[in-house]
Design a protein around this ligand. Structure first.
Ligand code: ADP
Length: 428
């Protein structure tokens, strides 16, 4: 009988508080007290009173203290009452926190989705529904079943294997970035609408591009006249000749700067990924290092290109020429005469990668984080002397991003530099 009462009380507690452990604890307590008191029939009667009292308390109704001829029973009633109160408090706190999390989730302008271990949606917010104009109930479905975007599916799949993943993509009306992170038991997917930010950036770079474009034409005329004048250098007095050479050098620097600004603008203005095709890498790399070969030879540097003849990868040839060309040109600019430059393509476990390395002055570690920003230089005077525009690595970064390549820099002061471009996977 006592066991039956204990189980009944446990069941009521379990149903009212949801806490199996507490219910079990109280059941055991009652059973133990029952055994201890060697229950008699009157005691059974007293114990049965407890059940409606517990029910009343669980329903939140106030109840007076129990008066019983058995002090142990009073103590038991008080203990049950205190425990129930504590459980109710905890349940209230949890409810409040749940509500808060829900409100924060709904207030977020970022689209948020939680997927369970099977990849099915368990939670999502209104921002996500709005971004993809979702109709119907997405809970329990996989993102690919409700969102008309292969990128969202791909970013989730990538996060399953790599832990995190990020993809930028466009819909008819918006520029979006999807980020996915593997959790202990599922995936957190966040979609950010960056249309406004992109438009602001676009109008800024449009302005720079327009100015560059407008200045390019008069500059071409100045350069043309200068070069014509300098064809007959012998007839020009020495002091004037030196001045003309300085004007010529600076005019060329300006032209290179405008060219690089326009090139950067063209990559940034693209709304879609660059078209990619499977190509043999050797001819592309030969074209990329071509302009640096002569310069390196003039500086007494040794430039080696290493690439298996039949190595094939998915690339955009123009972008790869720009990426490797810039890295090779930098390697030559920042390596003293007699130094070595190596451009190497190889098939690694994670796909094809290209390494451009040199044994030059190196880049101190504190600069690594910012080195790919436009106009960021370790040593401005040295960069200018080398004819740099300060945009080379920014162009490399943007082309790599547009192609889905990953970049890595290994370098330190006086230790040379190695830039790795992973074409098909994360940088090893
Ligand atoms: P720049 O036109 O100045 O070369 P980049 O964007 O190409 O502009 O490079 C930015 C800066 O990074 C350079 O000014 C230089 O300080 C540093 N840098 C780039 N490549 C190398 C390299 N291979 N070795 C040493 N420093 C480098």
């Amino acid at each position: 009988m006592v066991a039956a009462i204990a189980i009944a009380i446990g069941a009521i507690l379990f149903a009212s508080t949801g806490s199996g452990l507490a219910a079990l604890g109280i059941s055991c307590l009652i059973a133990a007290v029952g055994v201890h008191l060697r229950l008699t029939l009157p005691l059974q009667h007293e114990l049965q009173q407890l059940i409606p009292r517990i029910e009343q308390r669980a329903a939140g109704r106030p109840i007076e203290a129990l008066h019983s001829p058995m002090p142990q029973l009073e103590a038991l009633d008080a203990a049950v009452s205190a425990l129930l109160e504590q459980l109710c408090d905890e349940a209230r706190v949890q409810q409040r926190q749940g509500r808060l999390v829900h409100e924060v989730l709904q207030a977020s302008p970022v689209g948020i989705v939680l997927l369970d271990a099977r990849g099915q949606i368990t939670t999502l917010n209104d921002a996500f529904r709005g971004m993809f104009r979702l109709r119907g109930e997405p809970i329990g479905k996989r993102p690919i079943e409700v969102v008309p975007s292969a990128d969202v599916h791909l970013v989730v799949e990538e996060a399953k294997t790599r832990g995190t993943a990020e993809r930028a993509f466009v819909t008819e009306s918006s520029d979006l970035i999807a980020r996915a992170e593997a959790l202990t038991d599922g995936i957190l997917l966040r979609i950010e609408d960056i249309t406004g930010r992109r438009e602001a950036e676009r109008s800024r770079t449009d302005f720079v591009a327009n100015v560059s474009h407008e200045l390019r034409t008069p500059l071409a005329a100045i350069l043309g006249y200068l070069e014509t004048m300098m064809q007959d250098e012998e007839r020009i007095p020495e002091d004037l000749r030196q001045m003309l050479q300085t004007v010529h050098r600076n005019a060329r620097r300006l032209r290179d700067l405008f060219e690089d600004l326009l090139r950067l603008h063209r990559i940034e203005a693209r709304r879609r990924e660059l078209p990619m095709e499977r190509q043999r890498l050797l001819p592309i790399l030969e074209e990329a290092v071509g302009p640096t070969v002569d310069r390196a030879a003039m500086c007494g540097q040794r430039l080696a290109l290493e690439c298996p003849k039949e190595l094939i990868a998915r690339v955009n040839p123009d972008a790869l020429v720009a990426i490797v060309g810039n890295l090779a040109s930098n390697a030559s600019s920042y390596t003293p005469p007699g130094g070595h430059i190596q451009v190497r393509a190889l098939q690694g476990e994670d796909g094809v990668r290209i390494e451009v390395s040199d044994d030059g002055i190196g880049i101190p570690r504190r600069h690594h984080e910012r080195i790919f920003e436009r106009f960021y230089r370790v040593d401005t005077a040295r960069s200018r002397a080398a004819g740099g525009t300060g945009l080379g690595l920014a162009i490399v970064k943007h082309y790599a991003r547009a192609c889905g390549f990953h970049l890595k820099l290994e370098s330190d002061e006086g230790q040379g530099s190695t830039f790795t471009v992973a074409l098909e996977g994360p940088v090893p």
